[in-house]
Design a protein around this ligand. Structure first.
Ligand SMILES: Cc1cc2nc3c(=O)[nH]c(=O)nc-3n(C[C@H](O)[C@H](O)[C@H](O)COP(=O)(O)OP(=O)(O)OC[C@H]3O[C@@H](n4cnc5c(N)ncnc54)[C@H](O)[C@@H]3O)c2cc1C
Length: 311
């Protein structure tokens, strides 16, 4: 047994760290090869100790939240994959709630509604975890989740824990500093107000209905593949909408297929896995969309999804 495996076993027990685990079932795309090692952590302290054991052994670490914004390579991911699970939500009593990174956004929405706390209800139906939403600054209906955040508890790769105010996280559309720093989210504090659960439930249901109407939710996907172009950053021909889905559609790619991967007919920014798509096929289709949009409109689409592993 490797020194790393032995150290993980001594920190977590025999059956918690698994070798050669297929990651596809842990992603909404249902695609991706094995992790060398996978641990499902149950608390911030466990995330910290897994990072510490891996650091001491020189083993690379990848964090996998809900797997709803990633494309994992067919060859899988080398090193240790940490998948935070469980987690808790606490009312801090001053118009703020703290949620662990592993809490799902839907779990957080349910908790806040049931406790009469308003602010997050419109995020109902957003797949993934608090950690993933902070890293990518999830967006819905023109709003960014970072706008609701007051601070985030992070752990740097060298093991330093810190509480960072939102203004230091460089939140932007689909952006946070964590994408470059590799810091790991342990928990986040959200600002809330007092609300009537029945009224909040109505808003949550409207969000769910909107998603059902506009997104292909019955087929595996990773949501939007591309970021929308941004005024000030991109230049679009007159009359062309600032929407990646519309650009893919107008470039003639809606419904296009590579192997088991298809650009959704319902939403030009979704690629769906129609059965046995490989990561290579999905990547190929993504590249075709980018080339077609560049050739037609002179716009370089940027991925919203994150590639994990070697492509
Ligand atoms: C049907 C569907 C609809 C969607 N709709 C939306 C939408 O409306 N708005 C939107 O913004 N997104 C949407 N998405 C994309 C996705 O839900 C969000 O990006 C979500 O926030 C990703 O969270 P996750 O936990 O699944 O992250 P993952 O996909 O697991 O990871 C994403 C990135 O975050 C990193 N990461 C995850 N957790 C942590 C952590 N604790 N610390 C450090 N790094 C971490 C990972 O390493 C990876 O780089 C949709 C996806 C699907 C499938």
């Amino acid at each position: 047994m490797s020194t790393f495996a032995a150290a993980m076993q001594s920190a977590f027990g025999d059956d918690r760290v698994r070798a050669g685990v297929a990651l596809a079932p842990y992603t909404t795309f249902r695609v991706g090869g094995p992790a060398d090692w996978l641990i499902e952590t149950r608390s911030s302290d466990e995330i910290e100790s897994a990072l510490s054991v891996a650091r001491a052994a020189g083993v690379p670490v990848t964090i996998l939240g809900g797997g709803s914004n990633v494309l994992i390579a067919d060859a899988g991911v080398r090193g240790l994959v940490i998948r935070p699970r469980g987690g808790e939500v606490h009312d801090l009593g001053d118009g703020r709630v703290r949620a662990d990174a592993a809490v799902t956004i839907n779990g957080l929405v349910r908790w806040t509604i049931n406790h009469g706390r308003a602010g997050l209800e419109a995020w109902a139906g957003t797949p993934g975890t608090v950690g993933g939403a902070i890293v990518g600054n999830a967006h819905f209906g023109g709003r960014l989740i970072g706008d609701l955040v007051s601070e985030v508890r992070l752990i740097a790769r060298d093991g330093t824990r810190m509480d960072e105010p939102a203004k230091k996280l460089a939140f932007g559309y689909d952006r946070s500093r964590l994408q470059e720093s590799g810091e790991v989210v342990l928990s986040a504090v959200f600002r809330v107000t007092v609300g009537d659960p029945a009224a909040l439930r109505v808003i949550a249901r409207e969000s769910l209905a909107f998603r059902k109407r506009t997104q292909p939710l019955d087929t595996p996907s990773a949501g939007c593949i591309f970021q929308n172009p941004e005024p000030g950053r991109d230049v679009l021909p007159d009359g062309v909408p600032w929407s990646a889905g519309a650009l893919v559609d107008r470039a003639g790619l809606k419904g296009a297929k590579v192997g088991g991967a298809r650009v959704s007919r319902a939403h030009g920014n979704f690629i769906v896995n129609e059965g046995r798509a490989s990561a290579a096929e999905i990547r190929d289709l993504i590249d075709r969309c980018k080339v077609a949009v560049r050739n037609r409109f002179g716009v370089d689409l940027r991925e919203e999804i994150v590639y994990l592993g070697d492509f």
